[in-house]
Design a protein around this ligand. Sequence first.
Ligand code: ZN
Length: 88
Amino acid sequence: MFILKSKSQLEKAIAKAMKIRTKVKFISFGVYSVKGTKGNFYTVKCERVGNEKQVSCECLGAAKGLVCWHSACALSLHVAIVRQRQTV
Ligand SMILES: [Zn+2]
């Protein structure tokens, strides 16, 4: 799990996500399933806790507090959904 503070934190993960071009499935608001390179799926949760944006992924990298590319994929979808909700 990591706390999202700035976009620059995500840059490397986003670059990797763009290379891999995986599928992201919407499960519920803030919960997404990202297909990994080995065909397995990782559940990524994006949630707001107080003033912090917490992102958690099931992979080993995220367990160590790293920003993984699964999180970057899920976050890009999450941000799009949040924006849509705000304009409706
Ligand atoms: Zn991950």
